[in-house]
Design a protein around this ligand. Structure first.
Ligand code: NAD
Length: 268
């Protein structure tokens, strides 16, 4: 059980982040969910989580993670809200597809800021917090830093240069940080999902359906079957349960890993 563990998950009002929030609530964590939109926009999500997990403690903190100020502010507010911090899940992300020849620089920079710089900054803030604990508090440090990379952290697809570069970068960031923290009780891991049918993917499904003149259902099947040998989307909650396992005591010796959950995509 993760009872009482204090967790923050970025980009957790929908999609994979919400699946992670559900799993951590279910496993007994005290949870901060976060998004770039004001509290009112997240109220329905918070209400549903509270209904589904009545025993869970849940807070919402707004943070725009594409700015240098956003990530440290989120960690600071989380520590103030929960009275400390045990688990950081860097999940917020977005996609932009374009051939490299026309890829807009501002989109490249936005993807780098959100996927790479934001995890660098949240991890740095968490590590500073743990470093500055008193000697007495330090004896009980348990820390889990988990970065949501992607199958595109391991393999590539055309028209996704920024996304692939950032997601490969997340694995490097994770490995180097894991080595630095190896003797401290803090583990640092990456999770690499294949297709999960979230808003981020739905936009690509809609484009495929328009380009090929096929239905949304046909486009979903085409998209997932092209990459996943098991021909099914990975449910967001399954990614959440994987994250919960990485937070457990049984995962103490897993660090610096790139944990794949991709229906067999990257074994081909
Ligand atoms: P999603 O669009 O459903 O969720 C992304 C979240 O990030 C949203 O909550 C959004 O509000 C938040 N976000 C975007 N910009 C932000 C900003 N500037 N500040 C703070 N939050 C911001 O997408 P998803 O598919 O659930 O993606 C979650 C993560 O999983 C991303 O890092 C994505 O790259 C990764 N991923 C997704 C898939 C997939 O198939 N869906 C596969 C592998 C990896």
């Amino acid at each position: 059980s993760l009872r009482g563990k204090r967790a923050v998950i970025t980009g957790s009002t929908a999609g994979i982040g919400l699946g992670i929030a559900e799993a951590l609530c279910d496993h007994g964590c005290r949870v901060v969910i976060s998004g770039s939109r004001p509290r009112e926009a997240a109220e329905a999500v918070v209400a549903t989580l509270k209904k589904d997990f009545p025993a869970a403690e849940l807070h919402y903190i707004q943070a725009d993670l594409s700015t240098p100020e956003g990530p440290p502010a989120l960690i600071k507010q989380t520590i103030e809200t929960l009275g400390g911090l045990d688990i950081v899940v860097n999940n917020a992300g977005l996609q932009h597809t374009s051939p490299l020849v026309d890829f807009p620089l501002d989109k490249w920079q936005q993807l780098m800021a959100l996927h790479l710089t934001a995890p660098f900054l949240t991890m740095q803030s968490a590590l500073r917090h743990w470093r500055d604990l008193s000697a007495e508090q330090k004896t009980s440090v348990y820390g889990r830093l988990i970065n949501i990379s992607s199958a595109h952290g391991l393999v590539a697809s055309p028209n996704k240069t920024a996304y692939c570069a950032a997601k490969h970068g997340v694995l490097g960031l994770t490995k180097a940080a894991a080595l630095e923290m190896a003797e401290t009780g803090v583990t640092v891991n990456a999770v690499c999902p294949g297709w999960v049918n979230t808003d981020l993917v739905h936009k690509q499904v809609v484009r495929l359906s328009q380009d090929k003149g096929i239905s949304i259902e046909e486009a979903e099947t085409k998209l997932v079957s092209a990459k996943h040998p098991n021909k099914m989307f990975t449910p967001a909650r399954h990614v959440g349960e994987y994250v919960a396992f990485l937070c457990s005591e049984a995962a103490t010796c897993i660090t610096g890993a790139s944990q794949v959950i991709d229906g067999g995509w990257t074994i081909q």
